[in-house]
Design a protein around this ligand. Structure first.
Ligand code: FMN
Length: 170
């Protein structure tokens, strides 16, 4: 699938089929995260692939009871080992991890799968469920699977509203 088509097709899927994800598909999707750019090429991201039914259900509860998360056959838990700040003042860890997770989201579309970014969760509960150490930041959860809902597209602001040229003109 063409990259632009994948970008246009992606949507937040909130219902998944129980159908398992083929091993080769999952491997290609994870490889797309591995190839993502990161500050100083540090690659301080870690991904926990959760397919165990009980753990998926516990993760959904930890995500403020967004139980649709558990309907996906796989939940990816994106973590960062990096607590450094770039010289511009922004945190490296969540930025690098987010780039890699969006690679995953787009690769998933190319494989006929769907995802949803999940930022509403209790990190300490996720840590306890998966044995993630205290010093590791849990940045994002992402259910991954074949969609059971209908593709929907939320409206976006116009380019005119969000882009200006040469100087700040908003
Ligand atoms: C950082 C981030 C966190 C999000 N957290 C959640 C979440 O906890 N639960 C949820 O259902 N959707 C979550 N979303 C999905 C957004 O609601 C969704 O991307 C947005 O409404 C645009 O819709 P679309 O993804 O279908 O284009 C999150 C998205 C992002 C980027």
């Amino acid at each position: 699938m063409d990259l632009y088509q994948a970008i246009k097709t992606r949507y937040s899927c909130r219902s998944y089929q129980s159908k398992q994800i083929e091993t080769e598909k999952l491997a290609r999707i994870l490889e797309s995260a591995r190839l993502a750019p990161s500050a100083k090429n540090l690659q301080d991201w870690r991904f926990v692939v959760v397919s165990d039914e009980k753990k998926r259900s516990q993760l959904a509860v930890a995500a403020y009871e967004q139980m649709f998360v558990a309907t996906a056959p796989v939940i990816l838990v994106g973590c960062s080992n990096n607590d450094h700040t770039m010289r511009c003042g922004e945190k490296i860890g969540p930025i690098d991890l987010s780039i890699a997770m969006e690679h995953i989201a787009l690769a998933a579309v190319a494989e006929g799968l769907a995802t949803c970014w999940i930022g509403s969760f209790y990190p300490e509960k996720v840590r306890a469920i998966l044995g993630i150490p205290e010093n590791v930041r849990v940045v994002e959860l992402m259910p991954l699977g074949y969609p059971a809902d209908k593709e929907t597209h939320k409206p976006r602001e116009s380019l005119e509203k969000i882009v200006c040229y040469e100087n700040w003109k908003f």
